[in-house]
Design a protein around this ligand. Structure first.
Ligand code: F6P
Length: 570
């Protein structure tokens, strides 16, 4: 099968082209972009099966081991020339300078005029990182120490509730980056979890979410963590108020704030106004983006669960990947390689979507975590300086455990009409060795990578059916259905087992991949203006739900739906 597109423009983009005056961008006019566009026409009919047949060293050429993670990127629709041209583009677009700017606290979040210094949160080398001339590391280390003191008390049963019993259940109330990171990591690191502590995550404003968690809770032994950078997010504040009312009712009016509520926020005053004691507030800073905040105090619920030593192991893993990203030459730099292959697919092959398929139960929430990290960062249609773009940016990210996906949606990946790139990841060892399980899991991991790449030709399908004794009529009938085009690209990661350190590595790897792509596309990967409109309208509509508002306030669809809701109230 040949590659599917040279431009990556979708129908929607064409409509945008009509209604907006888009100048051809400097990016698409650049020499290296043009060279890639020409190269696309040269390689558009390649099949990876042939590339592997022609070059037995393809795996050696296109794989790397960094910090105990093996990345095999040989099953991509690339040649050595493709990669060289992609690296030219990265150089031409100033990725080396961008990386420096990121780590040195440059104003990489242009529209909000601030740096994005998640790397400082896990700067285990403790080199000075300056924001407005002030080293932020003493503050980072102070909060880590505060977390250590608190988590130790909680884990060894010294932190007791209003009746003197130790805390047994911790409920993180947060959403988006204040939920997905700690939730994903808590699930991933269950093997390291405290045996007598349960950690719950409440994020949805649907009362089902918190109501279900309440069922498991004893108010005397429950701690709520209100995690919100802004301390204004509607969903989080609604849940926090409900938790507070529940505690008030359950405790019969006892003083519960001091022992049962803590906050993680940049807005200490708002947390105190809510009732949370000053010493129970864990600070972070506006230079930590929500979706980049796992390594800040937003990870408190995780730190309680796995302990501060393991939490710092995760920070160390992220730091190791930061150092690799900062120092490795572009062509040997895992986040850069993955980012640039993604640019190739998005902008030259017209791929719209990228799927993340962990063959590791521990990572079952990893696709959801990456969804926010990638799509909220690079789902932008204007550049950081406000110009409408004439090329595609962030892909649609989705995913699921590979073994579940195989029996659900892999059909479309293998034989559907769309080309989808994939990341597959697996541990060599499980935390729970049971009989044949891990070998069966890994055999599927290896097999799917091979199947996606090779596919099955008509001749192979025919010969299989002949050997199975099918008659000619049946063979002719089934043949088209038995052919797999292959040529479906995937990156494959392997590591020994999912430790906190490996998880830290993976988190930082994807953060930096997203950063590099954002820089190539010229978008601000650290703002999220696209979430505002829905929030604004919800606030207005909330005020209207109990009243009869005139029919013409909204469009007829919104009005009709709201009226249906009101009609069900009586
Ligand atoms: O609405 C999007 C968003 O701002 C995310 O970027 C963020 O992670 C999430 O909401 C939660 O925000 P906060 O931590 O301020 O409650």
């Amino acid at each position: 099968m040949g590659l599917s597109s040279a431009t990556g423009r979708s129908v929607l983009d064409v409509e945008v082209l009509f209604i907006e005056d888009i100048d051809m961008s400097l990016l698409t006019q650049s020499g290296s972009w043009q060279a890639l566009a020409d190269h696309y026409y040269e390689v558009r009919n390649i099949h990876m099966r042939d590339l592997f047949a022609q070059d037995s060293s393809r795996f050696d050429q296109f794989s790397l081991t960094v910090n105990d993670i093996l990345l095999d990127y040989s099953k991509n629709l690339i040649t050595a020339e493709t990669l060289a041209l992609l690296m030219d583009l990265a150089h031409e677009q100033g990725i080396l300078e961008s990386v420096k700017e990121l780590f040195e606290g440059g104003e990489v979040n242009k529209t909000e005029h601030r740096p994005a210094l998640h790397t400082a949160l896990r700067n285990r080398s403790n080199y000075p990182v300056k924001v407005n001339g002030k080293d932020v590391m003493p503050d980072v280390n102070r909060v880590l120490e505060q977390m250590r003191g608190f988590t130790e008390q909680l884990r060894n049963g010294q932190w007791c509730g209003y009746t003197g019993k130790p805390i047994r259940d911790v409920v993180n109330i947060g959403i988006g980056g204040s939920d997905l990171g700690p939730l994903m990591a808590t699930e991933a690191l269950r093997a390291y979890g405290h045996k007598n502590l349960n950690v719950h995550f409440v994020s949805s404003v649907d009362s089902e979410d918190i109501a279900q968690v309440f069922q498991y809770l004893n108010p005397e032994t429950t701690l709520f963590i209100v995690s919100s950078k802004t301390f204004t997010t509607m969903e989080t504040m609604t849940n926090a108020r409900t938790a507070r009312a529940w505690m008030l009712e359950q405790s019969g009016g006892k003083e519960f704030y001091r022992r049962h509520f803590v906050a993680v926020t940049t807005e200490a005053e708002a947390a105190m106004a809510f009732g949370i004691h000053e010493e129970n507030i864990f600070e972070f800073w506006d230079w930590v983006g929500g979706r980049y905040s796992l390594c800040s105090a937003i990870g408190l619920s995780l730190a309680i669960f796995i302990g501060m030593d393991q939490f710092e192991e995760m920070l160390m893993g992220a730091h190791e990947m930061d150092e690799h990203f900062r120092n490795a030459p572009l062509a040997e730099n895992i986040p850069v390689i993955l980012a640039m292959i993604g640019v190739w697919y998005t902008n030259f092959l017209g791929m719209q979507t990228h799927v993340v398929l962990p063959y590791d139960q521990c990572l079952h929430r990893f696709p959801a975590f990456l969804q926010q990290g990638d799509m909220e960062s690079n789902g932008k249609r204007v550049s950081a300086d406000g110009k409408v773009l004439d090329y595609d940016t962030g892909p649609i990210i989705w995913g699921e455990l590979g073994t579940s996906g195989q029996h659900a949606f892999y059909q479309l990946i293998h034989q559907g009409t769309r080309l989808i790139s994939a990341d597959l990841m697996a541990a060599c060892h499980s935390h729970n060795d049971l009989g044949e399980h891990h070998k069966v899991l890994l055999s599927n991991f290896f097999a799917q990578g091979e199947a996606l790449m090779r596919g099955k030709t008509e001749a192979e399908a025919r010969s299989e059916m002949e050997q199975a004794g099918l008659d000619e009529v049946r063979i002719e009938e089934l043949l088209p259905h038995k052919v797999f085009p292959g040529n479906r690209p995937c990156n494959m990661f392997m590591y020994d087992r999912l430790t906190p350190r490996i998880l830290g590595n993976l988190v930082a790897l994807y953060e930096h991949k997203v950063f590099v792509q954002g820089r190539i596309w010229g978008v601000d990967s650290f703002d999220q203006w696209g979430v505002e409109l829905g929030k604004q309208l919800a606030t207005t509509i909330l005020g209207e739900l109990d009243q009869n508002v005139a029919d013409n306030v909204h469009d007829s669809s919104t009005n009709g739906l709201m009226q249906f809701y009101r009609s069900q109230l009586s």
